[in-house]
Design a protein around this ligand. Structure first.
Ligand SMILES: Nc1ncnc2c1ncn2[C@@H]1O[C@H](COP(=O)(O)OP(=O)(O)OP(=O)(O)O)[C@@H](O)[C@H]1O
Ligand SMILES: [Mg+2]
Length: 350
């Protein structure tokens, strides 16, 4: 392996505060791994440990087979894009892009060609002579990416690269990043975001962080369909998280008996049932629940209903209804047994 990333029980502390707690995670060569988690969960810290801007208190960081834990940043072969681009305002685009190459002491004759390649790849070739202040936010973003790519890194670290862009520009850049990755299939990418859509769209796998710890890791589909705990269920996609008591092959939810796969969760305990709102149907069906409509939201393509079932709010996202129910109306909602996941209580890490 020449370009994967491996965290081997990496911990980082500031003073007494542990902000990254024994992270074990491998990004395979050519893989896009999203680090997803709320503010302060340790995402940027993990990235900085790979880049060499923070020294772990314990554990090792590997890039490929190389232990880089104590290597200075410029010797790690890494391209990095931070949240605010950090372009040099007094340098033209081409000089910004050449900066990393010069720092690396690349051969002088090679630099113009490499700069041109990187600008070409990010669609910025015709802007080489401009200054950052003469560019839009999205264009500055491309230059920052070109600068990271110019050194032909084995590892690309992206820290919330799209967070300063508006929603429309963001979805365009997301498609661009996906294209870039197809053009550079050997580059391993660690992509920090707190936006689940970015993570679901771009990543081969998602590592979910909370409170300095890795909570879950898997493909987007795995995490979405089979979350391991309530944190993942609510952070990756929308979820109904309903308190239930577990029986054998079924659970009771308020007064209703509901069929689900109880898996390894023991009968007699309290647990949480996770059902995605878009998998809840309106009207009779399997696992029917009756309740009162407390809110109806029209969202264009869909209606979101909130239904109170024995004191539990159940959210249902339905294709736009011709005649939506009224507030206070009694309705039946249902879901297929295979669309529900039972989460044992108290499993929040591991
Ligand atoms: N240089 C520092 N000195 C002290 N504490 C720090 C330092 N850098 C980060 N921290 C703390 O470490 C914790 C994790 O920070 P980090 O930047 O990794 O979070 P994050 O997940 O990237 O959050 P965000 O989504 O807001 O960027 C936070 O509690 C933060 O206050
Ligand atoms: Mg951060």
């Amino acid at each position: 392996m020449s370009g994967g990333i491996r965290f081997d029980s990496v911990s980082v502390a500031y003073g007494k505060q542990v902000v990254l707690d024994s992270l074990d995670l491998t990004v395979e060569q050519g893989e896009v791994m999203a680090l997803l988690g709320p503010s302060g969960s340790g995402k940027t810290t993990a990235l900085r440990a790979v880049a060499g801007f923070v020294r772990p208190a314990s554990g090792r960081v590997f890039i490929g087979d190389r232990d880089v834990t104590v290597l200075p940043p410029h010797r790690r072969g890494i391209g990095m894009v931070v949240q605010q681009y950090a372009l040099f305002p007094h340098m033209r685009v081409e000089d910004n892009v050449a900066f990393g190459l010069k720092a690396q002491k690349a051969a002088r004759v090679e630099i113009p060609g490499r700069v041109a390649d990187a600008l070409e790849m990010t669609g910025m070739a015709s802007y080489a002579k401009r200054y950052p202040r003469e560019l839009s936010g999205g264009q500055q973003q491309r230059v920052a990416i070109a600068r990271a790519l110019a050194i032909r890194p084995g590892v690309l670290l992206l820290d919330e690269p799209l967070s300063a862009l508006d929603a429309q520009l963001r979805s365009g850049m997301l498609a661009e990043l996906a294209r870039l990755h197809r053009e550079l299939p050997d580059v391993s990418i660690l992509y920090v975001t707190h936006d689940q859509v970015e993570a679901l769209t771009l990543a081969d796998r998602i590592a979910v962080m909370d409170k300095a710890r890795l909570q879950d890791c898997g493909t987007p589909q795995e995490l979405y369909r089979r979350p391991r705990n309530e944190f993942t269920a609510s952070f990756v996609g929308n979820a109904n998280l309903l308190p239930v008591s577990v029986g054998v092959g079924s659970v009771s939810l308020g007064g209703a008996e509901v069929k689900v796969d109880t898996g390894e969760v023991a009968a007699g305990v309290s647990a949480t049932l996770c059902v995605r709102p878009h998998l809840v149907g309106l009207g009779p069906g399997p696992n029917a629940l009756t309740g009162t409509v407390t809110e109806v939201q029209w969202r264009g393509a869909t209606h979101r209903l909130y239904v109170d079932v024995d004191g539990q709010p159940v959210k249902a996202d339905l294709r736009e209804l011709r005649t939506p129910p009224s507030l206070g109306e009694e309705v039946t909602v249902h879901f297929a047994p295979e669309d529900a996941v039972l989460l044992a209580a108290g499993v929040t890490d591991g």
